[in-house]
Design a protein around this ligand. Structure first.
Ligand SMILES: CC(C)(COP(=O)(O)OP(=O)(O)OC[C@H]1O[C@@H](n2cnc3c(N)ncnc32)[C@H](O)[C@@H]1OP(=O)(O)O)[C@@H](O)C(=O)NCCC(=O)NCCS
Length: 182
């Protein structure tokens, strides 16, 4: 891990506004493309899902329990964004958690500490809301994401595992024998 304050891109991190919507949608689609390319086995988003990104980002901007932050470069252009929201879980021992939903920095701006600053802005929001834990989901195979979250001290706790139905039937047959499998 490098020392704090090493490479530092000249950006401003601020709360997003409605005027940022087009750029937020573009970056949300870029993030989707990035994670799908990182691991071809994950469920890919349909065209309808991609079209719904605009509504998704509008909802994120309107969420009273959410925060959307952006980083802007010297000419005011958006170079990164992050979104987070509060999860309330009365049935759990952690009653209020912070969820980091999306973080992306535009390609040529990566590696300059912008992702870290966006997470710092979400961290302040979570502190204000008194969260007891902070969670993020990332795709295995997204090396940038994996390294980034581990570098920030996030520890993987839950794995999501998948198998195709045909393959599961085969595996069950091997374990149970053909007589027992439905
Ligand atoms: C992950 C991401 C947001 C990090 O933003 P960033 O501005 O590049 O991050 P920072 O400059 O603050 O770097 C922090 C750490 O991230 C890791 N990192 C950054 N770029 C990386 C890369 N290309 N490969 C591997 N690790 C990388 C490093 O551990 C780095 O720490 P270091 O500089 O001490 O080595 C950015 O790489 C990105 O947008 N990636 C594509 C989208 C994505 O994967 N988002 C996360 C989805 S869960």
């Amino acid at each position: 891990m490098a020392e704090a304050g090493r490479r530092r891109a000249q950006v401003i991190v601020r709360k997003a506004t409605d005027a940022d919507l087009d750029d937020l949608v573009r970056m949300a689609v870029e993030l989707q493309d990035h994670v799908e390319a990182s691991n071809p086995k994950i469920w890919h988003m349909s065209e309808a899902g991609r079209r719904s990104k605009r509504v998704e980002m509008m909802d994120a901007l309107r969420d009273p329990e959410g925060m959307v932050v952006v980083a802007t470069g010297g000419e005011g252009e958006l170079v990164g964004m992050a979104t987070g929201r509060i999860l309330r879980k009365e049935e759990m021992t952690v009653k209020v958690a912070g969820s980091i939903e999306r973080v992306i920095v535009r390609k040529k701006w990566r590696g300059g500490g912008i992702g870290t600053r966006l997470v710092a802005a979400l961290s302040s929001f979570f502190d204000e809301k008194g969260v007891g834990d902070i969670t993020v989901r990332y795709v295995l195979g997204n090396v940038e994401g994996e390294t980034f979250w581990k570098g920030l001290g996030f520890e993987p706790r839950i794995e999501i595992a998948n198998i195709g139905p045909g393959k599961l039937r085969q595996e069950l047959k091997k374990l149970m024998g053909s007589d027992e499998t439905p």
